[in-house]
Design a protein around this ligand. Structure first.
Ligand code: C2E
Length: 941
């Protein structure tokens, strides 16, 4: 459209340009004509004016002949000449004065001419009249009468040359002047026209021809570009045909000629010059089985004027023997009368594509799941243009059922997943983002199955979306995930919630209680003595009990409440929405906890074991009604409540209290400080010497001291039970053993006392430690201390728990030479039969026994029995807590081998003990190395 407008404007400009030039040329031509005619006219006039002068002379001449001849004939001839000349002068004068359009002589006037002609004195009109009047008189005179003296004749001869001729010359001059002026004007006009023509040409050059030339150049350029583009397009078409393996041919119905592209030759396997292609030769290439079909196709195209694009697949046989499958589109062209003009066709070798699609089909039939093309049309309707057979297995639908309408597949989707599924598809269509989804399908035979899909979308021309994707079944995986999720959230043994789920629920319960303003409660419970059941009856029975406990607890609470097992024998219950009132909520929670406690106290029949098992539970209760506490704090509080229930004798329900928490807190910080104390070197060993009855120094008992920076000196009675309970005693005991051995080494190296021994207290937990023997041996070895120098003090509780095991350990210790002493003897229930079995070296009579031995007959009896018992078993008897001389004397007299107590010496630091040993030794060793070693060790200590 734009191009047409441009061409039209070019044409208009060009025409204007040409018209202007034509106008100028025409004007110039007319002007020239005018100049020429003007010149001619003036030439005629000047000529006429000039003729007048000649005619005047001629008249005078013939008048002279008339006057001078004597021959009548000559006279007559001269006379005739005079007559004709008079007429001509008169005619000429008239022409000059009046002009004659017929003769092409214009009437010329000017002031000068008027004067020349009409002046009354010297005007040509009057002079010529006078001259011609004399001439006529001469003419009328006969030969005989005419003499040179004739007045008229004389006038003619005189007046003519001398008066009239100058006048006529003036006329000629004037005509010439007027003619020149007129021509000059025309010439100027001509110059103007010429300049205008030049200017017009220049303007046309600038405004018309230059743009015209530019346009033409541009047009030529774009024409060349178009030609190049055409060439390129042709080239591209050829290579596209090559690439797509698409050929084409045209058949002209009139000439019966068939032209085809190079690619057609390529497809047919023939060269362009091998033989001439015609519809017949083309048909000859078609396999005989398909030939009829091919012909029918051709005929249909030729016959039907409105057949449109016809499609056909057929096989051809190439000269090289290869069979190929061809896909052909054919279009026929007809004239308005319906006569066939031409046939055009494209043909493509689809053998490989067919083979590929056959393979793909086979593949898609054998892979699990199905591949598909899914189309979402702009109107929201859907279809599966392609879907493999796998859809039968996953959707229970045949591919044909969804080819044109995908609604059937949609109805199979699980109703809970429909919204999510639809949103996913639309989101993918909007953003053209890969669609990926997991959703459930309700299969008519297989029930609910899980599918996962992945598809890449593309936008269609009509605005619809087409996905290419793959769907596969993930039911098993989903089940496993479900299982894993359950395992992650539920206790596999009891099926109750585990710690993780409990936390979630607890946080949720806290939030709910804040919203509803109703209190909730957390119950934490621990079975009493579960470990014993587990150890004695085996884990199967333990597990059976836990399952039953879980079941009974669940029975006691509402379905909405959460019962969880935290591990081991620890259970937790979350009670929700109790009451807005705290007291009432507390009451409800305690009642429920008591109900649980009672339910769990009922006898159990575990794994068909003969006698029923009975257990009890300690329950801690903590209330909540907002988020402020947090799940951790709430659990901690319930734990404190439970701890208290256990502390106060088990089988109890205890509500968390702030005071109890403070106690627990102080205990916790004590534990922490004690743990730090080992690292920070706040522990020390004091030694309380032991003497023989004769007062000689025998050895010493190592007693632990804790110099706490914040608490001052903490007595062992305050922290050893805690260390025992928490297990810290293992590290502490290790340190004590090694420190005692190091000190023993120093004493030994000093050479002061070659029999001196140190007794070290061993706690029950330390003794039960599987590495105990190794640790003792390691302490002796690393400090190079002979085993005989080390005594271990054990209590009954260490030994009687598992006698056999204890005996085994003790024997091993004794085998090395380590002395074993039974501490606190007389406070427990040790009988002779037990003592007999134990490989002991000494009995240590408890200080409480010694304290009242002098005054209390009962204590005296026990003491005597104990000493007798020890003597029977050949054990050394050590008495501790000797505070008075009476006690000492008495104990000595009763046969105690060793005495220990404030009377003799209080517990002291190592350097004091060392000094005591020095004092007690009669002769100090002179060994300089021993001295040096002592000093060094002193410094180190
Ligand atoms: N009233 C009175 N008391 C006397 C007299 N002579 C000694 N004692 C005290 O009696 C305790 C003797 O220690 P124990 O019976 O083994 O009792 C020890 C022992 O069971 C334990 N113990 C101390 N050190 C250790 C240790 O290193 N390991 C272990 N496991 N327990 C230790 O702490 C308990 C208390 O130790 P200590 O407070 O040092 O108290 C020591 C000692 O200072 C006396 O004449 N009169």
């Amino acid at each position: 459209m734009i191009k047409m407008t441009t061409a039209r404007s070019l044409r208009v400009r060009y025409l204007i340009g040409l018209s202007a030039i034509a106008l100028l040329v025409t004007t110039s031509f007319v002007t020239m004509q005018h100049v020429v005619s003007q010149q001619r006219n003036f030439a005629q006039i000047v000529n006429l004016a000039g003729q007048q002068r000649g005619l005047v002379n001629r008249l005078a001449y013939f008048a002279s002949q008339m006057a001078t001849t004597e021959n009548q004939t000559d006279f007559d001839q001269a006379r005739a000449q005079v007559g004709r000349t008079i007429n001509r002068i008169e005619d000429n004068h008239r022409l000059l004065r009046e002009g004659s359009p017929e003769a092409g002589i214009p009437r010329i006037t000017s002031p000068t001419l008027t004067t020349i002609y009409e002046d009354p004195m010297v005007g040509v009109d009057k002079a010529l009249d006078s001259f011609l009047e004399r001439a006529r008189r001469v003419y009328a005179t006969e030969m005989e009468a005419l003499t040179p003296n004739n007045a008229a004749y004389i006038f003619l001869n005189v007046y003519g040359p001398y008066a009239l001729e100058p006048m006529l010359d003036a006329v000629v001059d004037e005509y010439q002047r007027i003619g020149r002026q007129s021509i000059l004007r025309i010439e100027r006009f001509e110059l103007g026209i010429w300049l205008a023509a030049l200017l017009t040409l220049l303007l046309e050059l600038i405004l018309i021809f230059r743009p015209l030339e530019k346009r033409v150049t541009e047009s030529i350029g774009s024409l060349e570009g178009a030609v190049a583009q055409l060439e390129e397009t042709r080239g591209r078409l050829v290579s596209a045909q090559e690439l797509a393996a698409v050929g084409d041919w045209q058949w002209n119905a009139q000439t019966q000629e068939l032209s085809c592209s190079e690619q057609t030759h390529e497809i047919l396997g023939i060269t362009a010059d091998s033989f001439e292609l015609s519809l017949e030769t083309l048909e000859h290439r078609v396999r005989p089985e398909d030939r009829e079909h091919w012909k029918a196709h051709l005929e249909q195209a030729s016959a039907q004027t409105n057949a449109g694009r016809l499609e056909l697949e057929y096989r051809i046989q190439r000269p090289d023997g290869r069979e190929r499958v061809i896909h052909q589109f054919m279009v026929a062209q007809h004239d308005p009368d319906g006569a066939l003009i031409s046939l055009s066709a494209t043909l493509q070798d689809i053998s490989e594509r067919l083979e590929l699609s056959t393979r793909l089909k086979k593949l898609s039939e054998h892979i699990p799941g199905f591949i598909f093309q899914y189309e979402l049309r702009p109107d929201g309707s859907t279809r599966f243009p392609y879907v493999s057979q796998g859809i039968i297995d996953l959707y229970g639908l045949w591919p044909e059922q969804v080819h044109e309408d995908g609604a059937a597949a949609f109805t199979r989707i699980h109703r809970e997943d429909v919204e999510h599924h639809t949103n996913g598809i639309y989101a993918s269509a909007r953003a053209l983002r890969v669609w990926n989804d997991q959703y459930r399908v309700q299969h008519p035979e297989r029930g609910e199955i899980w599918l996962e899909g992945n598809a890449t979308p593309e936008r269609l021309h009509d605005g619809g979306t087409l996905w290419h994707g793959y769907l596969w079944e993930i039911t098993d995986r989903k089940r496993s995930e479900d299982q894993i999720r359950k395992l992650a959230l539920y206790d596999p043994l009891t099926g109750l919630a585990n710690r993780r789920l409990l936390r979630d629920r607890l946080e949720h319960a806290l939030a709910t209680s804040q919203r509803s303003q109703r209190h909730g409660a957390l119950l934490m419970m621990d079975l009493d003595n579960f470990k014993t059941l587990n150890d004695t009856q085996g884990h199967d029975v333990g597990d059976a009990l836990l399952v039953e406990v879980g079941r009974r607890v669940s029975n006691e609470v509402r379905a909405a409440d959460t019962v969880a097992r935290l591990g081991g024998d620890e259970f937790v219950v979350i009670l929700e929405a109790l009451d807005p009132d705290r007291a009432s909520s507390q009451l409800k929670a305690m009642q429920l906890a008591t109900a649980i406690q009672q339910a769990l106290h009922q006898p159990y029949r575990l794994m068909d074991r003969g006698c029923p098992y009975q257990t009890s539970v300690s329950i801690g209760v903590s209330l909540f009604n907002d988020l402020s506490l947090g799940a951790d704090e709430l659990l901690r509080r319930a734990d404190i409540g439970m701890f208290e229930a256990k502390e106060s004798g088990r089988n109890r329900v205890c509500l968390f209290s702030e005071q109890r928490e403070a106690e627990v807190h102080s205990r916790t910080s004590l534990i922490q400080e004690l743990a730090d104390a080992i690292q920070q070197g706040q522990l020390m060993l004091y030694y309380q010497p032991q003497f023989r009855p004769d007062g000689s120094l025998h050895g010493a008992e190592a007693l632990l001291r804790w110099h706490s920076p914040s608490r001052g000196m903490v007595p062992p009675g305050d922290f050893i039970p805690l260390a025992e309970e928490t297990g810290l005693i293992l590290a502490i005991g290790h340190w004590v053993l090694n420190t005692a051995c190091r000190h023993l080494n120093q004493i030994q190296r000093s050479g002061l006392h070659d029999q001196f021994s140190l007794s070290v207290n061993i706690s029950p937990r330390q003794f039960a430690d599987s590495d105990f023997l190794d640790k003792v041996e390691q302490a002796l070895t690393s400090h190079a201390v002979p085993a005989q120098r080390l005594k271990l003090e054990l209590t009954e509780s260490s030994l009687f728990h598992d006698m056999d095991h204890a005996i085994e350990i003790l024997e091993q210790l004794r085998k090395q030479g380590i002395g074993i002493e039974l501490d606190d003897f007389g406070t427990g229930y040790s009988s002779l039969s037990y003592l007999k079995r134990l490989p002991l070296d000494a009995l240590k009579l408890d200080g409480s026994l010694v304290a009242d031995v002098v005054s209390d007959a009962r204590d005296l009896a026990i003491l005597r029995a104990a000493i007798a018992m020890a003597k029977t078993l050949s054990l050394t008897v050590i008495a501790e807590g000797v505070e008075t001389n009476e006690q000492r004397a008495f104990l000595a007299s009763e046969g105690c081998d060793l005495l220990q107590g404030y009377l003799l010496a209080r517990p002291m630091p190592f350097d004091k003990l060392y000094a005591l040993i020095e004092q007690a030794t009669p002769q100090r060793s002179q060994d300089p190395t021993s001295e040096l070693a002592h000093q060094l060790s002193q410094r180190r200590a």
